[in-house]
Design a protein around this ligand. Sequence first.
Ligand code: SF4
Length: 86
Amino acid sequence: MPEWEDLCNRCGLCCFEKWLDHNGRVHATPIPCRYLDIVDRTCKVYHKRFTVGEGCVKLTPEVVRSVNWLPEECAYVIHMRKTNPE
Ligand code: SF4
């Protein structure tokens, strides 16, 4: 079984600003986090992202299960759907 962090395919989709509509639905925007390299889709401050990135969240299995703002295409979301079907 691959290590948890190896599941990430580095698509960078989680690193774009989102907004909540009045129904509580999450919508992605085309605005990237200021630290996302939009060419290679990597974080420019990866090793210190939790201290410099406002709102940057460590994606643990518990977090992936409980948040609604990760894209459906996220490799973690797909993995959790396969391994923990509801
Ligand atoms: S959306 Fe998921 S797979 Fe893509 S970079 Fe973010 S954590 Fe990794």
